[in-house]
Ligand binder design. Structure first.
Ligand SMILES: [Zn+2]
Length: 305
């Protein structure tokens, strides 16, 4: 462990080998070790030399780098719950635990830690160098060149219960419309009463046919919700357009090789540091499939220290 308690009740790091302090959890004396081979640390030299926190892992440079981004009071903090204590790598003032994980965990361990640390809130930062060494993030560039948009009226006078959001949802779930979302399509809901589908290739050969078909599907969805009242008027106000456009989107694909299964068992947000294909200044936010700059990440979490 990195910190122990001195006789002034201060949290201290090892300053020389053989230095004596007290373990915050079990209150026994611990000794400092400082050498060339390993990072300086406190060890339990009494009673079988076993660390009282069975979740401990050897301190790595990578651990220190992450911990040092936070104030000392937030590093390696003992948390006690129901008479059990563990040392969280980083504990923020708002109760969030940041576990900085360098070595593999068994599935059971993941669950235990999430139950313990997650009672308030938890995020994981995994070391890609040790835990996702063979995997890499691929960035594919997609160029969208065609766009189909479907707009429906925002209100429909006499039909009081008409709700364009409800209807859009119904249309979106229509099997034929749903098909638009397959393949290389970017689906977007914009301008609140418009559904937009973007395509990399020209998908629609006969637009007037498609237009008539979709108007029919949309009218069916309307009828299902509101019956036949004002159906004709509604149908006339549907606007379906197809045209060219140009938009470039970077698609992230994590290529997993020798992937560690325990990572997928993690229920709290997972960030991966040092992943191939990701800039050194960035983290890969695995749970959301996106990259985030470390600067932004820190700006966000330092608020709670
Ligand atoms: Zn101890």
């Amino acid at each position: 462990m990195r910190y122990a308690i001195n006789d002034k009740n201060e949290k201290i790091e090892v300053s020389f080998s053989g230095e004596v302090a007290v373990c915050e959890i079990c209150k026994v004396n611990v000794k400092g070790r400082k050498g060339e081979q390993r990072i300086k640390h406190w060890y339990h030299h009494e009673a079988k030399r076993i660390d009282c926190d069975d979740w401990h892992e050897p301190i790595s440079e990578w651990h220190l780098t992450w911990q040092n981004l936070f104030p000392a009071k937030n590093r390696e903090v003992t948390i006690m719950k129901d008479g059990i204590s563990h040392r969280a790598d980083i504990l923020l003032d708002n109760g969030l635990v940041i576990e900085v994980q360098n070595s593999p965990l068994k599935l059971m361990e993941v669950r235990k830690r999430e139950r313990f640390y997650g009672r308030n809130n938890l995020i994981w930062i995994l070391n890609g160098d040790t835990l996702a060494k063979n995997s890499m993030l691929k960035k594919d560039v997609l160029v969208f060149r065609f766009m189909l948009s479907i707009s429906i009226p925002k209100s429909l006078g006499p039909v009081r219960e008409y709700d364009f959001k409800e209807l859009l949802e119904e249309i979106e779930n229509d099997y034929e419309i749903e098909r638009l979302k397959s393949g290389e399509t970017l689906f977007e809901l914009i301008n609140e009463n418009t559904l937009t589908f973007k395509f990399t290739d020209d998908q629609i050969k006969n637009f007037s046919l498609i237009q008539a078909q979709y108007k029919y599907y949309i009218a069916c969805a309307y009828e299902k919700l509101y019956g036949q009242q004002m159906l004709e008027r509604f149908r006339k106000q549907i606007v379906i357009e197809y045209g060219s456009m140009r938009e470039t989107v970077i698609e992230l694909n994590l290529v997993k090789k020798y992937w560690k299964k325990f990572i997928d068992e993690m229920e709290f947000p997972v960030f991966i540091d040092h992943l191939e294909g990701v800039e050194e200044s960035e983290l890969y936010y695995y749970s959301e499939n996106k990259t985030i700059s470390k600067e932004k990440f820190m700006d966000h979490y330092l608020k709670y220290t």
